[in-house]
Design a protein around this ligand. Structure first.
Ligand code: SUG
Length: 438
């Protein structure tokens, strides 16, 4: 089994609108002028880099934005120009920014995943995330369901589940709150959460907790996991208040290695004991305590939002954001992890700064899907990344994307038309007929 990393292609309306409360980077960069073309090319460069390491790499398409259908459902009418201009007058342009967000690029939030080796029916299960905590992100779910159903189309091998019913009770943020670990003792899924729907658990005071415990429990059922192979740790409210709105801001795991900050989970030592008990002595754990790496530096550098990948030789590489290189305590921590006796043999830094400005590091940009070779061959569409696809995508981005996008540009109906044309063309490149149909 090898993990295929599905990266989201950054969309043509990529911007910095400060849409996510509790996401410190996004809030700090609100209102900055964006460069969607550079952002998208940065994403392709990362995919190229990861693929060159020998890691299986794939792509997911961006979504049509601005979401004019959503605006029409909200009562705006007339032609596209009239709809966009009227929406732009609402709440100082906030509504238009929300329906224009290219946030589907952070595919770690697209779905929760269980490989066929872990499920009761031997199929790969994916549950599309409803993302209902944030309005702009909730708009992603229906299209994500179509895209994943188109790619994982073979019902004998794959089960793509509809998003959980949206609402206060079942708020689900996808694999950003999931860590799968495995040793010869078996596998274990951590399905973390930030609040209980009934308020019967400690909650953050400053920032919203997005995932509910009830959602995580529903995911375990839908993924058809053995209940003995699931843990439901709570995200530390102090971590969320420090800017870790998703688990993957403070923890990353792969196979027999977990790397985490002590503020990732409530009572982190108990979580570690449970992991050791279930996974045995083959499990390696590297925890940063506050004294070694402050919560501020951990969140500011996104060092735990590194991709932790298995290389063809069975060892691992850490692909960290360049911000972790320039934050001394984060860099020292990474050096310690590489020096310790664990599977990590290489440390790399990638520049995904346009994504980082919105609170999305390397790991946010990919959905990790462990697949057997025959399952990988059963994927529909031309989604597996190679140099040729990379070249075509770069040329496509250079043809269609703007290099400057300010909030006022979102009212331009030509931007919506350009984006649509770009996505229709992408259908052909990816042989994935989901975009043109919109
Ligand atoms: O949901 N940012 C995203 C970042 C998601 C990061 N994903 C993971 N941690 N896996 C979010 O907060 C900001 C968009 C803006 O402000 O324009 C945004 O949606």
């Amino acid at each position: 089994m090898a993990t295929v990393c599905f990266d989201g292609i950054v969309g043509p309306t990529h911007g910095h609108a400060g849409l996510s409360a509790g996401n410190l980077a996004a809030t700090r960069h609100a209102g900055e002028i964006a460069n969607p073309r550079a952002a998208a090319l940065e994403g392709i460069a990362k995919m190229r880099f990861v693929a060159k390491l020998g890691v299986r790499q794939a792509v997911l398409p961006p979504q049509p934005r601005p979401e004019l259908d959503a605006l029409r459902r909200l009562g705006f009418s007339g032609d596209d120009r009239a709809v966009l201009e009227a929406a732009a007058r609402v709440d100082g342009g906030r509504l238009l920014a929300l329906v224009s967000s290219a946030s589907a690029m952070w595919t770690a939030n697209a779905a929760t995943v269980a490989p066929s080796s872990d499920t009761a029916d031997g199929r790969v299960h994916l549950v599309v995330a409803n993302l209902c905590s944030m309005f702009h992100r909730s708009l992603e779910a229906p299209f994500t369901a179509r895209v994943l159903s188109a790619i994982f189309a073979d019902p004998a091998r794959f089960a793509v589940h509809e998003p959980l019913p949206a609402g206060e009770y079942f708020s689900d943020e996808g694999a950003a709150n999931q860590i799968r670990l495995a040793t010869r003792a078996g596998s274990l899924h951590l399905l973390a959460w930030g609040r209980s729907a009934f308020g019967d658990a400690p909650a953050p005071r400053l920032h919203p907790a997005r995932q509910t415990r009830q959602a995580s429990e529903a995911l375990a059922r839908l993924l058809a996991l053995d209940p003995a192979r699931v843990l439901f740790p709570e995200q530390d409210p102090a971590g969320i208040d420090g800017g870790a709105f998703h688990t993957d801001v403070l923890a990353v795991g792969n196979a027999n290695l977990l790397i985490a900050h002590e503020r990732a989970f409530c009572d982190v030592d108990r979580v570690i004991d449970q992991l050791r008990e279930r996974l045995g002595p083959e499990l390696f754990i590297a925890v940063a305590r506050e004294g070694e790496l402050s919560l501020d530096d951990a969140v500011g550098s996104y060092v735990f939002n590194s991709e932790l990948v298995t290389l063809p030789n069975g060892r691992m590489a850490l692909i960290a954001p360049s911000e972790a290189d320039s934050t001394p305590a984060a860099r020292r921590f990474l050096d310690r992890v590489v020096a310790e006796p664990n599977p990590v043999e290489a440390l790399h830094f990638v520049d995904v700064n346009a994504s980082m400005k919105n609170g999305g590091g390397p790991a946010c940009l990919r959905l990790a899907v462990p697949l057997e070779a025959e399952e990988e061959r059963a994927l529909s569409g031309r989604v597996l990344f190679d140099d040729e696809l990379g070249d075509e995508l770069e040329a496509w981005i250079s043809r269609h994307y703007r290099d400057r996008l300010a909030a006022k540009d979102l009212t331009d109906p030509e931007l919506a038309a350009e984006s649509r044309r770009a996505l229709v063309e992408l259908d052909n490149i990816l042989s994935l007929p989901v975009l043109g149909a919109c």
